[in-house]
Design a protein around this ligand. Structure first.
Ligand code: NAP
Ligand code: G4F
Length: 328
Protein backbone atom coordinates (compact mmCIF):
# COMPACT_ATOMS: atom_id res chain seq x y z
CA UNK A 1 0.00 0.00 0.00
CA UNK A 2 1.62 3.31 -1.04
CA UNK A 3 1.79 6.03 1.60
CA UNK A 4 1.28 9.77 1.11
CA UNK A 5 1.85 12.74 3.42
CA UNK A 6 -0.26 15.83 2.70
CA UNK A 7 0.38 19.24 4.23
CA UNK A 8 -2.64 21.57 4.14
CA UNK A 9 -4.96 18.65 4.92
CA UNK A 10 -7.70 20.93 6.34
CA UNK A 11 -7.87 23.02 3.15
CA UNK A 12 -10.04 22.64 0.07
CA UNK A 13 -7.42 20.72 -1.94
CA UNK A 14 -6.21 18.64 1.00
CA UNK A 15 -9.71 17.22 1.46
CA UNK A 16 -10.25 16.39 -2.23
CA UNK A 17 -6.76 14.93 -2.60
CA UNK A 18 -7.25 12.74 0.50
CA UNK A 19 -10.46 11.35 -0.95
CA UNK A 20 -8.73 10.62 -4.26
CA UNK A 21 -5.72 8.89 -2.68
CA UNK A 22 -7.83 6.86 -0.22
CA UNK A 23 -9.97 5.65 -3.14
CA UNK A 24 -6.77 4.55 -4.89
CA UNK A 25 -5.76 2.49 -1.85
CA UNK A 26 -3.14 4.82 -0.33
CA UNK A 27 -2.41 5.12 3.34
CA UNK A 28 -2.89 8.87 3.83
CA UNK A 29 -1.26 11.02 6.53
CA UNK A 30 -2.19 14.65 6.97
CA UNK A 31 -0.23 17.36 8.75
CA UNK A 32 -2.46 19.48 10.98
CA UNK A 33 -1.25 22.52 12.88
CA UNK A 34 -2.21 24.16 16.17
CA UNK A 35 -3.13 22.70 19.53
CA UNK A 36 -6.89 22.85 18.86
CA UNK A 37 -7.38 23.28 15.10
CA UNK A 38 -11.05 24.23 14.44
CA UNK A 39 -11.06 22.14 11.24
CA UNK A 40 -9.99 18.93 13.03
CA UNK A 41 -13.60 17.68 13.29
CA UNK A 42 -14.30 18.48 9.63
CA UNK A 43 -11.35 16.34 8.50
CA UNK A 44 -12.42 13.53 10.85
CA UNK A 45 -15.95 13.66 9.44
CA UNK A 46 -15.11 13.89 5.72
CA UNK A 47 -12.03 11.65 5.54
CA UNK A 48 -12.02 9.53 8.71
CA UNK A 49 -9.35 7.20 7.33
CA UNK A 50 -6.73 9.95 7.12
CA UNK A 51 -4.16 9.69 9.93
CA UNK A 52 -3.48 13.12 11.38
CA UNK A 53 -0.03 14.21 12.57
CA UNK A 54 0.58 17.53 14.28
CA UNK A 55 3.09 19.84 12.65
CA UNK A 56 3.69 23.20 11.09
CA UNK A 57 5.58 24.22 7.96
CA UNK A 58 7.56 26.72 10.01
CA UNK A 59 8.66 24.02 12.50
CA UNK A 60 11.36 21.96 10.78
CA UNK A 61 11.59 19.24 13.41
CA UNK A 62 7.83 18.62 13.24
CA UNK A 63 8.23 17.93 9.50
CA UNK A 64 11.03 15.43 10.07
CA UNK A 65 8.92 13.75 12.75
CA UNK A 66 5.91 13.52 10.40
CA UNK A 67 8.06 11.98 7.64
CA UNK A 68 9.47 9.39 10.06
CA UNK A 69 5.96 8.32 11.08
CA UNK A 70 4.31 8.43 7.64
CA UNK A 71 7.26 6.92 5.71
CA UNK A 72 5.68 8.41 2.56
CA UNK A 73 6.26 7.45 -1.04
CA UNK A 74 4.69 10.78 -2.02
CA UNK A 75 4.62 14.17 -0.28
CA UNK A 76 2.06 16.76 -1.40
CA UNK A 77 2.97 20.20 -0.06
CA UNK A 78 -0.37 22.03 -0.14
CA UNK A 79 0.02 23.95 3.13
CA UNK A 80 0.21 27.72 2.72
CA UNK A 81 -1.25 31.02 3.75
CA UNK A 82 -3.25 31.12 0.52
CA UNK A 83 -5.41 34.26 0.64
CA UNK A 84 -3.76 36.86 -1.60
CA UNK A 85 -5.47 39.90 -0.03
CA UNK A 86 -4.26 38.87 3.44
CA UNK A 87 -0.67 38.64 2.23
CA UNK A 88 -0.19 42.44 2.01
CA UNK A 89 -1.17 42.88 5.65
CA UNK A 90 0.83 39.84 6.77
CA UNK A 91 3.73 39.76 4.34
CA UNK A 92 6.30 38.39 6.78
CA UNK A 93 4.29 35.42 8.00
CA UNK A 94 3.18 34.73 4.41
CA UNK A 95 6.83 34.62 3.36
CA UNK A 96 7.67 32.30 6.26
CA UNK A 97 4.86 29.82 5.57
CA UNK A 98 4.11 30.06 1.84
CA UNK A 99 7.73 30.68 0.82
CA UNK A 100 10.23 29.37 3.36
CA UNK A 101 7.80 26.62 4.41
CA UNK A 102 8.43 24.98 1.01
CA UNK A 103 12.16 24.95 1.65
CA UNK A 104 11.59 23.48 5.12
CA UNK A 105 9.46 20.69 3.65
CA UNK A 106 11.65 19.80 0.68
CA UNK A 107 14.85 19.94 2.76
CA UNK A 108 13.18 17.69 5.36
CA UNK A 109 12.32 15.25 2.55
CA UNK A 110 15.92 15.34 1.27
CA UNK A 111 17.36 14.61 4.72
CA UNK A 112 14.75 11.95 5.50
CA UNK A 113 15.24 10.15 2.16
CA UNK A 114 19.05 10.05 2.45
CA UNK A 115 20.60 8.02 -0.36
CA UNK A 116 17.18 6.90 -1.59
CA UNK A 117 16.15 10.36 -2.81
CA UNK A 118 13.89 9.17 -5.62
CA UNK A 119 11.91 6.96 -3.27
CA UNK A 120 10.04 10.03 -2.04
CA UNK A 121 8.29 12.05 -4.72
CA UNK A 122 7.50 15.67 -3.92
CA UNK A 123 4.67 17.89 -5.18
CA UNK A 124 4.72 21.66 -4.68
CA UNK A 125 1.48 23.66 -4.96
CA UNK A 126 2.65 26.54 -7.15
CA UNK A 127 0.19 29.11 -8.41
CA UNK A 128 -0.90 31.13 -11.43
CA UNK A 129 -0.61 34.14 -9.07
CA UNK A 130 3.12 33.92 -9.89
CA UNK A 131 2.35 35.22 -13.41
CA UNK A 132 0.89 38.41 -11.89
CA UNK A 133 1.38 41.16 -14.44
CA UNK A 134 1.15 38.69 -17.27
CA UNK A 135 3.95 38.75 -19.84
CA UNK A 136 2.25 36.36 -22.28
CA UNK A 137 -1.33 35.29 -23.03
CA UNK A 138 -2.13 32.47 -22.41
CA UNK A 139 0.36 31.68 -19.65
CA UNK A 140 2.42 28.49 -19.97
CA UNK A 141 5.26 26.80 -18.08
CA UNK A 142 7.90 29.00 -19.74
CA UNK A 143 6.11 32.35 -19.26
CA UNK A 144 8.18 34.92 -17.32
CA UNK A 145 6.99 35.24 -13.71
CA UNK A 146 6.04 38.74 -12.48
CA UNK A 147 4.27 38.34 -9.13
CA UNK A 148 2.05 41.17 -7.89
CA UNK A 149 1.53 40.28 -4.21
CA UNK A 150 3.62 39.09 -1.26
CA UNK A 151 1.81 35.77 -1.70
CA UNK A 152 2.88 35.60 -5.35
CA UNK A 153 6.49 36.42 -4.45
CA UNK A 154 6.50 33.71 -1.76
CA UNK A 155 5.12 31.17 -4.26
CA UNK A 156 7.87 32.10 -6.77
CA UNK A 157 10.45 31.31 -4.06
CA UNK A 158 8.87 27.90 -3.43
CA UNK A 159 8.57 27.21 -7.16
CA UNK A 160 12.23 27.89 -7.91
CA UNK A 161 13.35 26.04 -4.79
CA UNK A 162 11.46 22.97 -6.04
CA UNK A 163 13.14 23.25 -9.46
CA UNK A 164 16.49 23.80 -7.76
CA UNK A 165 16.18 20.67 -5.60
CA UNK A 166 15.24 18.67 -8.69
CA UNK A 167 18.24 19.99 -10.61
CA UNK A 168 20.73 19.95 -7.71
CA UNK A 169 19.92 16.59 -6.11
CA UNK A 170 18.01 14.77 -8.86
CA UNK A 171 14.91 14.65 -6.66
CA UNK A 172 11.57 13.64 -8.13
CA UNK A 173 10.13 17.08 -7.40
CA UNK A 174 7.24 18.55 -9.40
CA UNK A 175 5.64 21.94 -9.36
CA UNK A 176 1.99 22.25 -10.37
CA UNK A 177 1.26 25.78 -11.56
CA UNK A 178 -2.43 25.60 -10.80
CA UNK A 179 -4.85 28.27 -11.90
CA UNK A 180 -7.79 29.19 -9.65
CA UNK A 181 -9.84 26.17 -8.66
CA UNK A 182 -13.00 26.29 -6.62
CA UNK A 183 -15.68 24.06 -5.10
CA UNK A 184 -18.36 24.02 -2.42
CA UNK A 185 -15.41 23.52 -0.01
CA UNK A 186 -13.75 26.79 -1.00
CA UNK A 187 -13.11 29.19 1.90
CA UNK A 188 -15.72 31.97 2.12
CA UNK A 189 -13.02 34.67 1.83
CA UNK A 190 -12.44 33.84 -1.88
CA UNK A 191 -14.62 35.60 -4.43
CA UNK A 192 -16.44 32.58 -5.92
CA UNK A 193 -17.62 31.29 -2.54
CA UNK A 194 -18.32 34.79 -1.26
CA UNK A 195 -20.63 35.24 -4.27
CA UNK A 196 -22.28 31.78 -4.08
CA UNK A 197 -23.01 32.22 -0.36
CA UNK A 198 -24.37 35.74 -0.80
CA UNK A 199 -26.51 34.82 -3.81
CA UNK A 200 -28.02 31.90 -1.87
CA UNK A 201 -28.70 34.12 1.15
CA UNK A 202 -30.16 36.96 -0.96
CA UNK A 203 -32.53 34.58 -2.74
CA UNK A 204 -33.68 33.18 0.64
CA UNK A 205 -34.26 36.68 2.03
CA UNK A 206 -31.41 36.37 4.55
CA UNK A 207 -29.19 39.14 3.16
CA UNK A 208 -29.87 42.35 1.21
CA UNK A 209 -26.79 42.73 -0.98
CA UNK A 210 -23.12 41.88 -1.42
CA UNK A 211 -20.08 44.16 -1.28
CA UNK A 212 -17.16 43.35 -3.55
CA UNK A 213 -13.99 44.96 -4.94
CA UNK A 214 -12.82 44.87 -8.56
CA UNK A 215 -15.48 43.34 -10.82
CA UNK A 216 -13.36 43.47 -13.97
CA UNK A 217 -10.56 41.08 -13.01
CA UNK A 218 -10.54 37.86 -15.03
CA UNK A 219 -9.66 34.41 -13.80
CA UNK A 220 -9.29 30.95 -15.32
CA UNK A 221 -11.53 29.06 -12.87
CA UNK A 222 -11.78 25.26 -12.69
CA UNK A 223 -13.12 22.65 -10.27
CA UNK A 224 -10.81 21.60 -7.40
CA UNK A 225 -11.82 17.93 -7.71
CA UNK A 226 -10.40 17.89 -11.26
CA UNK A 227 -7.19 19.64 -10.22
CA UNK A 228 -6.12 17.25 -7.45
CA UNK A 229 -6.16 14.47 -10.06
CA UNK A 230 -3.50 16.44 -11.99
CA UNK A 231 -1.34 16.59 -8.83
CA UNK A 232 -1.45 12.81 -8.47
CA UNK A 233 -0.69 12.27 -12.17
CA UNK A 234 2.45 14.44 -11.86
CA UNK A 235 3.87 12.13 -9.21
CA UNK A 236 3.23 9.03 -11.34
CA UNK A 237 5.59 10.28 -14.10
CA UNK A 238 9.09 8.82 -14.43
CA UNK A 239 10.62 12.23 -13.59
CA UNK A 240 9.61 15.41 -11.83
CA UNK A 241 8.61 18.41 -13.98
CA UNK A 242 6.50 21.60 -14.00
CA UNK A 243 2.97 21.72 -15.37
CA UNK A 244 0.35 24.40 -15.89
CA UNK A 245 -3.11 23.15 -14.86
CA UNK A 246 -5.91 25.34 -16.18
CA UNK A 247 -9.08 25.29 -18.26
CA UNK A 248 -7.85 27.61 -21.01
CA UNK A 249 -10.90 29.88 -20.51
CA UNK A 250 -11.16 33.13 -18.62
CA UNK A 251 -14.17 34.86 -17.05
CA UNK A 252 -14.67 38.14 -15.21
CA UNK A 253 -16.22 38.60 -11.76
CA UNK A 254 -19.19 40.14 -13.63
CA UNK A 255 -19.71 36.87 -15.55
CA UNK A 256 -19.50 34.96 -12.26
CA UNK A 257 -22.26 37.22 -10.89
CA UNK A 258 -24.37 36.76 -14.07
CA UNK A 259 -24.37 32.96 -13.76
CA UNK A 260 -24.79 32.82 -9.97
CA UNK A 261 -27.71 35.28 -9.85
CA UNK A 262 -29.38 33.78 -12.96
CA UNK A 263 -29.40 30.41 -11.19
CA UNK A 264 -31.76 31.83 -8.53
CA UNK A 265 -33.86 33.66 -11.12
CA UNK A 266 -32.30 37.14 -10.83
CA UNK A 267 -31.27 38.58 -14.21
CA UNK A 268 -30.56 42.18 -13.21
CA UNK A 269 -28.21 42.17 -10.20
CA UNK A 270 -26.92 45.77 -10.48
CA UNK A 271 -28.77 47.02 -7.37
CA UNK A 272 -27.67 44.00 -5.32
CA UNK A 273 -23.91 44.44 -5.75
CA UNK A 274 -22.00 47.23 -4.00
CA UNK A 275 -18.32 48.04 -4.35
CA UNK A 276 -15.96 49.11 -1.59
CA UNK A 277 -12.26 50.08 -1.84
CA UNK A 278 -11.75 47.82 1.20
CA UNK A 279 -11.86 44.86 -1.19
CA UNK A 280 -9.57 46.40 -3.84
CA UNK A 281 -5.93 45.27 -3.87
CA UNK A 282 -2.80 47.45 -3.82
CA UNK A 283 -1.75 45.70 -7.06
CA UNK A 284 -4.18 43.59 -9.09
CA UNK A 285 -3.68 40.58 -11.31
CA UNK A 286 -6.02 41.69 -14.11
CA UNK A 287 -6.09 38.63 -16.31
CA UNK A 288 -5.23 34.97 -15.93
CA UNK A 289 -5.69 32.36 -18.62
CA UNK A 290 -3.63 29.21 -18.70
CA UNK A 291 -2.47 26.91 -21.48
CA UNK A 292 -2.85 23.33 -20.16
CA UNK A 293 -1.47 21.65 -23.32
CA UNK A 294 1.54 20.07 -21.57
CA UNK A 295 -0.61 18.62 -18.75
CA UNK A 296 -3.09 17.30 -21.31
CA UNK A 297 -0.44 15.71 -23.52
CA UNK A 298 2.01 14.36 -20.91
CA UNK A 299 -0.32 13.59 -18.00
CA UNK A 300 -3.44 12.73 -20.00
CA UNK A 301 -5.27 15.22 -17.77
CA UNK A 302 -8.49 16.95 -18.80
CA UNK A 303 -10.89 19.03 -16.77
CA UNK A 304 -14.38 17.56 -16.38
CA UNK A 305 -16.37 20.48 -14.95
CA UNK A 306 -17.00 23.67 -16.94
CA UNK A 307 -17.46 27.17 -15.47
CA UNK A 308 -21.29 27.40 -15.47
CA UNK A 309 -21.53 23.92 -13.91
CA UNK A 310 -18.99 24.91 -11.24
CA UNK A 311 -20.83 28.11 -10.32
CA UNK A 312 -24.26 26.48 -10.19
CA UNK A 313 -22.84 23.57 -8.12
CA UNK A 314 -21.55 26.11 -5.58
CA UNK A 315 -24.82 28.09 -5.46
CA UNK A 316 -26.83 24.85 -5.05
CA UNK A 317 -24.59 23.78 -2.17
CA UNK A 318 -24.97 27.14 -0.44
CA UNK A 319 -28.75 27.14 -0.92
CA UNK A 320 -28.92 23.74 0.84
CA UNK A 321 -26.47 24.85 3.56
CA UNK A 322 -28.31 28.14 4.23
CA UNK A 323 -31.71 26.43 4.27
CA UNK A 324 -30.45 23.90 6.82
CA UNK A 325 -28.79 26.59 8.96
CA UNK A 326 -31.78 28.91 8.93
CA UNK A 327 -34.65 26.44 8.88
CA UNK A 328 -36.00 27.63 5.49
P1 NAP B 1 -6.61 26.54 1.62
O1 NAP B 1 -7.99 25.96 1.57
O2 NAP B 1 -6.41 27.95 2.05
O3 NAP B 1 -5.74 25.58 2.56
C1 NAP B 1 -4.48 25.98 3.02
C2 NAP B 1 -3.98 24.91 3.97
O4 NAP B 1 -2.67 25.30 4.47
C3 NAP B 1 -4.85 24.73 5.21
O5 NAP B 1 -4.96 23.35 5.50
C4 NAP B 1 -4.06 25.42 6.31
O6 NAP B 1 -4.27 24.87 7.58
C5 NAP B 1 -2.64 25.09 5.87
N1 NAP B 1 -1.64 25.91 6.52
C6 NAP B 1 -1.66 27.25 6.72
N2 NAP B 1 -0.57 27.63 7.43
C7 NAP B 1 0.15 26.50 7.69
C8 NAP B 1 1.34 26.24 8.38
N3 NAP B 1 2.05 27.21 8.98
N4 NAP B 1 1.79 24.97 8.47
C9 NAP B 1 1.09 23.95 7.88
N5 NAP B 1 -0.06 24.14 7.20
C10 NAP B 1 -0.53 25.40 7.11
O7 NAP B 1 -5.90 26.38 0.19
P2 NAP B 1 -6.30 25.46 -1.06
O8 NAP B 1 -7.20 26.23 -1.92
O9 NAP B 1 -6.65 24.11 -0.58
O10 NAP B 1 -4.89 25.44 -1.83
C11 NAP B 1 -3.92 24.43 -1.55
C12 NAP B 1 -2.56 24.93 -1.99
O11 NAP B 1 -2.59 25.24 -3.37
C13 NAP B 1 -2.08 26.20 -1.30
O12 NAP B 1 -0.68 26.11 -1.19
C14 NAP B 1 -2.45 27.30 -2.28
O13 NAP B 1 -1.60 28.42 -2.11
C15 NAP B 1 -2.21 26.59 -3.58
N6 NAP B 1 -3.00 27.05 -4.73
C16 NAP B 1 -4.35 27.14 -4.63
C17 NAP B 1 -5.10 27.52 -5.73
C18 NAP B 1 -6.60 27.61 -5.69
O14 NAP B 1 -7.18 28.24 -6.58
N7 NAP B 1 -7.25 27.00 -4.73
C19 NAP B 1 -4.43 27.83 -6.94
C20 NAP B 1 -3.06 27.70 -7.00
C21 NAP B 1 -2.35 27.30 -5.89
P3 NAP B 1 -5.17 25.58 8.73
O15 NAP B 1 -6.54 25.00 8.58
O16 NAP B 1 -4.52 25.17 10.00
O17 NAP B 1 -5.13 27.06 8.48
O1 G4F C 1 -10.96 34.68 -5.14
P1 G4F C 1 -9.76 35.51 -4.99
O2 G4F C 1 -9.46 36.02 -3.63
O3 G4F C 1 -8.57 34.63 -5.58
P2 G4F C 1 -7.11 35.01 -6.12
O4 G4F C 1 -6.61 36.28 -5.55
O5 G4F C 1 -7.12 34.88 -7.60
O6 G4F C 1 -6.22 33.83 -5.47
C1 G4F C 1 -6.63 32.48 -5.52
O7 G4F C 1 -6.15 31.89 -6.70
C2 G4F C 1 -4.70 31.84 -6.80
C3 G4F C 1 -4.38 31.20 -8.16
O8 G4F C 1 -4.28 32.21 -9.13
C4 G4F C 1 -4.18 31.02 -5.65
F1 G4F C 1 -2.83 30.88 -5.76
C5 G4F C 1 -4.56 31.69 -4.34
O9 G4F C 1 -4.10 30.88 -3.25
C6 G4F C 1 -6.08 31.79 -4.27
O10 G4F C 1 -6.59 30.48 -4.18
O11 G4F C 1 -9.82 36.77 -5.97
C7 G4F C 1 -10.08 36.62 -7.35
C8 G4F C 1 -10.33 37.98 -7.96
C9 G4F C 1 -9.27 39.03 -7.64
O12 G4F C 1 -8.95 39.72 -8.82
C10 G4F C 1 -9.95 39.98 -6.67
O13 G4F C 1 -9.47 41.31 -6.73
O14 G4F C 1 -11.55 38.50 -7.46
C11 G4F C 1 -11.38 39.87 -7.16
N1 G4F C 1 -12.36 40.29 -6.16
C12 G4F C 1 -13.28 41.27 -6.34
N2 G4F C 1 -14.00 41.45 -5.22
C13 G4F C 1 -12.48 39.82 -4.91
C14 G4F C 1 -13.52 40.54 -4.32
N3 G4F C 1 -11.80 38.84 -4.26
C15 G4F C 1 -12.19 38.58 -2.98
N4 G4F C 1 -11.54 37.59 -2.32
N5 G4F C 1 -13.18 39.29 -2.35
C16 G4F C 1 -13.88 40.28 -2.97
O15 G4F C 1 -14.78 40.90 -2.39
Amino acid sequence: MPSALITGITGQDGLYLSELLLAKGYEVYGLIRGQNNPKYELVRELVPDVKLLTGDLTDFSSLIRALEVAKPDEVYNLGAISFVAYSWENALVTSDVTGKGVLNMIEAVRLYAGDDLNQVKFYQASSSEMFGKVQEVPQRESTLLWPRSPYGVAKVFGHYMTINYRESYGMHASSGILFNHESPRRGPEFVTRKVSQAVARISLGLQEDITLGNLDAKRDWGFAGDYVDAMWRMLQQPEGDDYVVATGETHSIRELLDIAFAHVGIEDWGHLVKQDPRFMRPAEVDLLIGDPTKAQEKLGWTRQVDFPTLVTMMVENDLAEQRALNGR
